[in-house]
Design a protein around this ligand. Structure first.
Ligand code: ATP
Ligand code: MG
Length: 333
């Protein structure tokens, strides 16, 4: 079995003054070895919560209500903090996020931070400081940082945004992780730099045999880097398919809406295209389909029951009561 990560029926709530917000509602998906799996959805749909739950770096207010996170067949949710920290964070699993400012410490040099990561990593226990430094320089160079030998002694603020993200990728890949959680790593970058970073990510994934959970609200990035994609809406996964099929045969009305709204021009849109209406409040979810209020195809059943993911085609799953009707309508056109 080539499955590296299997998330099974995961639910997470944030307890706030205004009630409990169900950020993840019974989500299930798997990543194969060396796969780049996309998680796309608008702001607040639960993408970052998914990544934070895997590494168990959720804030106090969050509670895991149920489910399993099987990583190499071990349920991470049954491990204690010490085990997660020792074996997974910065070892088997690493993470890159949108703002390297928040992940890089301004008062330490890049070298100090890279070596810190390496000291925590099992692969470097036998190395001395000189060997670790050499490896760190090599890794920065591999990530496209010129004159890495001198630049490694610099502080984060001396690097541009794109360069900081290269440093972040160096810190992530120096762990030789089996799984990389990439949470909007290029969202803050301009388009040219973003393209370079995506290229670097793809090359590194091949080189280090890493699987990636790639989180973005940007469909053009999804199209460019991912093999398969899950579309999230208000804490639910509403569709999973090979990425080409998400674009060629979107099944869920939400996915269809997203695809339809992509501007036909080469004009690049950094925001997820807008569908009329608002996302249901997570503290007060309707009993039926969360998308009902914004859906053009809703019927009585959609108001009563939550649709579950069902197979629409080989490897293609859609959570919509109206899917059969919608797909036959497309065929008739
Ligand atoms: P974005 O694209 O804006 O990063 P996201 O898909 O990553 O969005 P999450 O950050 O996972 O979304 O948030 C999911 C839901 O959980 C949102 O409704 C959000 O308001 C809520 N939430 C997230 N963090 C907290 C928190 N610390 N306390 C309370 N609610 C939270
Ligand atoms: Mg997020």
């Amino acid at each position: 079995d080539s499955t590296i990560l299997h998330i099974d029926g995961l639910s997470v709530e944030y307890h706030t003054r205004h009630g409990s917000a169900r950020a993840l509602n019974n989500i299930t998906f798997s990543l194969a070895e060396q796969e780049i799996f996309g998680l796309v959805g608008e702001s607040g749909s639960g993408k970052s919560t998914t990544a934070k739950t895997i590494l168990q770096i959720l804030p106090e207010a969050a509670e895991i209500e149920g489910g399993r996170i099987l990583f190499k067949e071990e349920d991470l949710l049954t491990l204690d903090e010490k085990e997660i920290n020792r074996d997974y964070r910065g070892n088997e699993i690493s993470m890159v996020i949108q703002n390297p400012q928040n992940a890089l410490n301004p008062v330490f040099t890049v070298k100090e931070q890279l070596l810190d990561v390496m000291k925590h990593n099992k692969g470097y226990q036998a190395m001395n400081k000189k060997q670790m430094t050499e490896r760190a320089v090599e890794m920065l160079a591999e990530m496209g940082i010129a004159e890495a030998e001198s630049r490694i002694g610099e502080y984060p603020h001396q690097f541009s945004g794109g360069m900081k993200q290269r440093v972040m990728l160096a810190m992530a890949f120096i762990c030789n992780p089996s799984l990389l959680l990439a949470d909007e790593p290029t969202t803050a970058l301009d388009v040219t730099i973003e393209a370079q970073i995506l290229q670097l990510l793809r090359n590194s994934v091949d080189k280090f045999n890493t699987s990636v959970l790639y989180i973005t609200h940007d469909l053009s990035v999804i199209k460019e880097v991912t093999d398969r994609t899950a579309v999230m809406y208000a804490g639910n996964i509403v569709e999973i398919a090979p990425t080409e099929e998400i674009f060629s045969e979107p099944g869920h009305p939400y996915t269809r809406g997203l695809i339809r709204c992509i501007p036909g021009s080469s004009e690049r849109d950094k925001i997820l295209p807008t569908i009329p209406g608002r996302v249901a409040s997570l503290t007060d979810l309707p009993p039926g389909c969360n998308f009902y209020d914004r859906c053009e195809h809703g019927q009585k059943v959609c108001q009563k029951k939550q649709p579950q993911l069902e197979q629409a085609d080989d490897g293609h799953y859609v959570a919509c009561f109206r899917y059969e009707y919608l797909s036959s309508e497309v065929k008739q056109q």
